[in-house]
Design a protein around this ligand. Sequence first.
Ligand code: SAH
Ligand code: SF4
Length: 475
Amino acid sequence: MKSGKVQGSQRLENKSREEFAEMVHAILSARFPERIPQAFVHTYGCQGNVADSERIKGLLVQMGYAFCDRPEDADLVLFNTCAVREHAEDRVFGNVGALKPIKAARPGMIIALCGCMMQQAHVEERISKSFPYVNLVFGTFAVQKLPELLFRVLSGGKRVFETGEGGGEITEGLPTVQDRPFKVWLPVMYGCDNFCSYCVVPYVRGRERSRMPEEILKEAEALIANGAKDITLLGQNVNSYGKNLPVDMNFAKLLRQINALPGDFLIRFMTSHPKDCSEELLDTMAGCEKVSKHLHLPFQAGSDRVLDEMNRGYTKEQYLRLLRYARKVMPDMSVTSDVIVGFPGESYEEFQETLALVREAQFTSLFTFIYSKRSGTVAADLPDPVPYSEKSSWFSELTALQEDIAGARTAKLLDSVHRVLVEERDESKGLLMGRTSGNISILFDGSDSLIGGFVFVRVTEPKTWVLYGELCEAE
Ligand code: SAH
Ligand code: SF4
């Protein structure tokens, strides 16, 4: 009996991803002879997760699923989760809890959870014990195994947990489904080796792995052929792209190669780590006409002591020097950043240095976060005496300052003309929406037929976080 079981599982192990997808397809066709099974996929967190979800959706289509907009209509609900802050995790647990009555009303429904949260042992344990109606849990290393994992759930009826780290190899050639073929995400690397002391990402995404340039170029060409007009290259630290590749490659070279591909499209990228942001990269941005003049360069804190405790690898002055150089070679460049308020042990005086940096840097916009303790990180063990209420008041000081800076910057854009890709209709305002090269949202009147193409827009009313404008001719 025992050996028969082993043989059976060996037979399964030898199956390819496509064969598993076929097997799932067959099970679903038998289960739903009259209709197409529906999947509801919800993505939390960063663009890295969005890109993973595009691959997950590609695999689901291969297995015969179509997509619906509400879990109430779904045969499969899949949440791709984020672990970067506690708030994100709390939302996932809340939303998984809310699925219980929905599943009770739809007994055959499968609930799957994946992404960064699932890569943490305490989360896996909590799901296992407290959420027995979750059928499938898989981590960031197992996306490409989804057909096999779903097959195991559908054929065995047992809960499946797949959260190992694997060998860190990159699976190329997975199918993808983009919500909008004209605005796409293109991962160039996975993982992170930086171990900033507050951050969970290196623990849940593993070591830094760069994709081979020819794979990235091949995918970029396919995306462009499919109508891509705005391509965002993704990595936790794109500036260290290529470090571990067997070929002589860096991010600046990759940008030049993508810039040289034929077609009318815009290239964006995120995230740049200041410690690896080279003048070569900034010169390359300046020299590549398809690369948007926007740099997202998180600084995290203004005090050198705090930066050191964060293990960021640069000082405030080094950061500002980079910005000065970037603005010298791209005078109209837009810079955005991330900052953490209330890192353990940060004093009010040190927080004032964050404000001083923000005043000097003149960011277009800032992503501001109150420090969130992440178990397993170095910072989680540091004394953290400042109460949350005080950090919140520092946070308000910071956001008020940035609001003034952003308002003054956008005011200068009155009457300026921008070539923007029309992304969607903002339903609440009834206007079309696009982004300037500097990544500021711009709203204007126009017909839906413009969505997915480039237009010229003149700014008629700049607000702090958004520009209002009108269609115009090229200047
Ligand atoms: N790789 C990117 C950032 C990824 S996480 C980089 O290095 O810039 C996105 C942002 O979340 C970070 O820039 C940081 O500002 C914030 N962040 C990460 N961990 C955090 C934590 N524990 N508490 C609060 N904010 C955090
Ligand atoms: Fe986290 Fe730092 Fe890596 Fe960014 S560079 S993902 S903040 S460890």
